[in-house]
Design a protein around this ligand. Structure first.
Ligand code: FAD
Length: 289
């Protein structure tokens, strides 16, 4: 089913984002985590798409199995990295063959060490090119896109970045999922500005639980989100006094508070960046019930 149709029911929801494990031997653990998360009844689950060939076919295989063996409504991420029309058609044909109805259309980040994004092909320079291509060849497929409450790091300006989001949605994508953020005011300001320029489609907030100090510092440095000083101080203190376990506890508290506030203030639902950790997600979601 298209995620847009699920969203139109207007019920508060959680959706879950997984990444393909690097090695095959880790797959049983991945599926065990997914199975545990069935109990939270996510509206949909999504699987990220890496820059290398192997991880791309893993995305396909994982979404197919999450649908067939576990009964989730999955969405495959897809990027412009290394893209050609033939390749994208092949990927989308495979999705259709496996009965997958949704794709998240992204420009993608370049493979590590490659510096700035270089399109393989001028036809796929931005996510909007991918949305246009998908809409033309696969009109029935549900399409989501990414949005940036704190502005994409390469954007010319916040206003232009927002116009590019508008373009992606006007080309026929159904909804947007945001980059992670830790201060909800960024999300609310962003939604307000989006509505003011005529963006009416759902903007789903993406939330990342903090599970370790070095990890969250690395992630924010890559994606351009800000770690508010009071959150950084709490996590640093937990790390210094109680180590890894204390950081996880504080991270859970922070995520629960953030998710609760988003839902109480009218967010349509929350997209959790699961880090493939069932226990963490269960504790957040159950803590918000
Ligand atoms: P775009 O929308 O193309 O925007 C990229 C930049 O170009 C922005 O600065 C924008 O302002 C600008 N721009 C957009 N359109 C135009 C235009 N027509 N002309 C000029 N400038 C323009 N990455 C992965 O590699 N794999 C994943 O699975 C993945 N999943 C993600 C999931 C979510 C929910 C999010 C938020 C991000 C994800 N990413 C993933 C990261 C994403 O690929 C990067 O943030 C990437 O740098 C931008 O992708 P985009 O689709 O937002 O790009």
């Amino acid at each position: 089913m298209r995620i847009a149709d699920l969203l139109s029911k207007g019920e508060r929801f959680f959706s879950l984002e997984f990444f393909p494990p690097k090695e095959r031997p880790a797959w049983p653990e991945f599926f065990a985590a997914a199975e545990r998360l069935k109990s939270v009844n996510p509206l949909f689950v999504s699987v990220t798409y890496g820059a290398g060939g192997g991880t791309q076919s893993n995305t396909l295989e994982l979404v197919a199995r999450l649908k067939k063996d576990y009964g989730f409504e999955p969405m495959a991420h897809l990027t412009c990295v290394g893209a050609s029309g033939e390749f994208i058609n092949g990927f989308l044909d495979n999705l259709a063959k496996d009965g997958i109805d949704n794709v998240l259309a992204l420009r993608g980040d370049p493979p590590r060490g490659d510096g700035a994004f270089k399109p393989n092909n001028k036809d796929f320079s931005y996510a909007c090119d991918l949305v246009r291509f998908i809409r033309k060849g696969f009109p029935k497929l549900g399409v989501g896109v990414a949005a940036y409450p704190e502005t994409h790091p390469e954007a010319v300006s916040p206003a232009e970045d927002l116009l590019h989001l508008k373009e992606k949605l006007e080309l026929g994508s159904d909804f947007a999922i945001t980059q992670l953020f830790f201060d909800n005011s960024y999300y609310w300001d962003f939604v307000k500005k989006a509505r003011a320029i005529g963006i009416e489609k759902p903007i789903i907030p993406g939330v990342l639980p903090i599970v370790n100090l070095a990890g969250v510092k690395r992630i924010v440095s890559l994606c351009g989100a800000k770690l508010p000083p009071e959150i950084l101080a709490r996590v640093e203190e937990a790390d210094a006094t109680g180590g890894a376990k204390a950081v996880e506890e504080v991270g859970l508290e922070i995520a629960r508070k953030q998710v609760r506030a988003l839902l109480e203030n009218g967010a349509p639902g929350v997209h959790l960046y699961t880090l493939n950790r069932a226990e963490t997600c269960l504790k957040i979601i159950e803590g918000c019930a």
